[in-house]
Design a binder for this molecule. Structure first.
Ligand code: NI
Length: 210
């Protein structure tokens, strides 16, 4: 009889201890910043970027692997864009000029890329005429509809033709982010078209400081 009671007391004690431990874990988990940050990092790292094979404004085939060892600033847009694309490309170009002034040793480690999402009109010739308005180093890339589709899909970039009967020229609806990709080709961060050249330059200088 005494042995049975002892076992019962031990089992009950173990049960209560387990319940207390579970309650404690449940209460402290959401308050622990390490746990919260950890779960965000684990699930929140965006799978952005990947392989592409396109043609630059000089008619040369360029692949993502050509840029390994350097950071890539990648922007998707189109030359007929009336406002957002030219504004963003100007900010990107100005950011590189600022970087050249404030951190000249870092400037050569960043390549600016402009990928069209309107290959129908953005031929190699159109890209060659457009790119020099922004930055001498800008690599302006076009390709077949399939090649552009694959590149945009890798970067999770949305684009669609806007049909407007009254307009002579069509517009393109598209997402507008500047992606910063690391020397290994992996996603580092991104900027929006609302970010200033100064903000982008500061972020680049921080990231590239030796
Ligand atoms: Ni645009």
């Amino acid at each position: 009889m005494a042995g049975q009671r002892l076992w019962f007391a031990l089992a009950l004690g173990l049960l209560l201890l387990t319940a207390a431990l579970l309650a404690w874990q449940w209460m402290r988990a959401p308050l622990d910043p390490a746990v919260v940050t950890g779960s965000v990092t684990a699930t929140g790292v965006p799978q952005i970027g990947g392989a592409f094979e396109l043609t630059d404004q000089n008619g040369r085939v360029r692949r993502d692997t050509d840029f390994r060892g350097r950071y890539m600033l990648v922007y998707f847009g189109y030359t007929y864009c009336p406002d957002v694309c030219p504004t963003t490309l100007l900010a990107m170009s100005r950011a590189l000029e600022l970087l050249a002034e404030t951190a000249p040793e870092s400037r050569g480690r960043v390549v600016p890329l402009f990928i069209t999402i309107d290959p129908e009109r953005d031929t190699v010739e159109a890209m060659a005429a457009y790119a020099p308005s922004f930055h001498p180093d800008l690599v302006a890339l076009t390709g077949t509809a399939e090649q552009i589709g694959a590149a945009a899909k890798a970067y999770r970039v949305y684009y669609a033709k806007v049909e407007d009967e009254s307009a002579a020229d069509y517009l393109m609806d598209h997402s507008s982010y500047i992606f910063l990709m690391g020397p290994d080709g992996a996603y580092v961060t991104h900027f929006s078209h609302l970010d200033s050249a100064e903000k982008i330059a500061e972020a680049l200088a921080r990231r590239l400081s030796p």
